[in-house]
Design a protein around this ligand. Structure first.
Ligand code: FES
Length: 357
């Protein structure tokens, strides 16, 4: 069960004009709870004028070895400044070393457990953040693995983790391949410029690497880039189960799926199990199951409330729901019975969810 704890800010480091990393100290008593798998994220929360704000940020540091005691001592996340973003503006302008922030224990399934093989990623902008943790952990721990990173950014100056990624090339020149595409800058020496879209990736990928031999694809960034990369891979015959996706920004107008006609029964109830305790409550007209549960259990897990981060994932024990949209769960998860509570509306009189599974 995800939990918040206050963690002390150990460092705020500027990466680019519009991005920073935040490093948190993890006290010894909490290190077991904050163990993470590379690719996971942290939800941060603060209260502004009585309103709670939550945002998720991916961990960029390599994951501790499973057998390393007393780890992780610190957690580092990447934060890009969003125009008028209530949290990122605060992280940029106000947050300083020594402050405390409420940090949720790590969550997310955009992850890789290091194993021998060939892996690749297509990332855009701040989508590099979880992939940096994935690549570094993999190359450090698994000598029989290699990784090809294709990254797309606007300009070199706006590229997050430029030095860290260059460092990977220096440390593992034979096992790490880097392709950078800048959309707003002419590149030199025959390197690519322009946008990475489906058509371009369909041509680029087979020229860069043996597509059929890649054991895991990691796509992360804005909705359009991730969707285009997935279509390109599917067009090249890549099995859907080898493709892992994490979307950072969803433009509601572009990404919203038409919601099916509302069919919420007049008197539905939801039974939810959280942290081993269950309760049953009526679902008010039009509200999501997460909203129903939150009215009664303030500890229900969530971050984005937009179907993107996956923090509100719950197992549907019984009953039926319809989801407004889903950019977080893989097809295997929905087939196995998982739903996003923040997007779910009941279509049967009773629905039972288990947040602990
Ligand atoms: S809270 Fe982010 S997907 Fe539901």
């Amino acid at each position: 069960m995800a939990r918040f704890h206050p963690l002390r800010v150990a460092a705020v480091d500027r990466l680019t004009d519009d991005s920073v990393t935040l490093t948190f100290d993890v006290p010894p008593a909490l290190r077991e709870e904050y163990r993470f798998t590379p690719g996971q994220h942290l939800a941060l929360r603060r209260s502004v004028d009585g309103t709670e704000i939550r945002r998720t940020y991916s961990i960029c540091s390599p994951a501790p070895r499973p057998d390393a005691p007393g780890e992780p001592r610190t957690l580092r996340v990447g934060v890009r400044l969003v125009e008028d973003g209530a949290f990122s503006t605060y992280a940029f302008k106000e947050l300083s070393v020594g402050d405390e922030l409420e940090v949720m224990t790590p969550a997310g399934r955009f992850t890789l457990d290091p194993a021998p093989g060939r892996y690749a990623a297509v990332v855009g902008g701040s989508g590099i953040t979880p992939v940096l943790s994935i690549v570094t952990t993999l190359l450090e721990r698994e000598p029989r693995a290699d990784f090809c990173l294709i990254r797309s950014d606007r300009t070199a100056a706006s590229t997050m983790f430029l030095e860290e990624v260059a460092d990977l090339k220096d440390r593992w020149p034979d096992r790490f391949q880097l392709v950078t595409v800048l959309s707003r800058e002419e590149q030199q020496a025959g390197l690519d410029s322009g946008r990475l879209d489906e058509e371009r990736l369909a041509r680029l990928l087979p020229a860069l690497l043996p597509v059929a031999e890649i054991e895991g694809w990691f796509l992360c960034g804005p909705f359009g880039l991730v969707q285009g990369a997935e279509r390109a891979l599917r067009g090249l015959g890549v099995d859907r189960r080898l493709i892992h996706e994490e979307i950072f920004h969803v433009d509601g107008g572009v990404a919203a799926e038409p919601a099916p006609p509302a069919a919420t029964p007049a008197h539905s109830t939801v039974t939810a199990t959280l942290d081993g305790r269950s309760g049953t409550w009526p679902v008010l007209d039009g509200e999501t199951l997460l909203e129903t549960v939150l009215r009664n259990r303030a500890d229900a897990p969530y971050a984005c409330k937009g179907g993107v981060c996956g923090t509100c994932r719950a197992f549907r024990v019984s009953g039926e729901v319809r989801m407004d949209r889903n950019f977080a769960l893989e097809p295997e998860e929905t087939e196995a019975g998982y739903v996003l509570a923040c997007q779910s509306h009941p279509t049967t009189d009773t629905v039972e969810l288990d947040f602990d599974r």
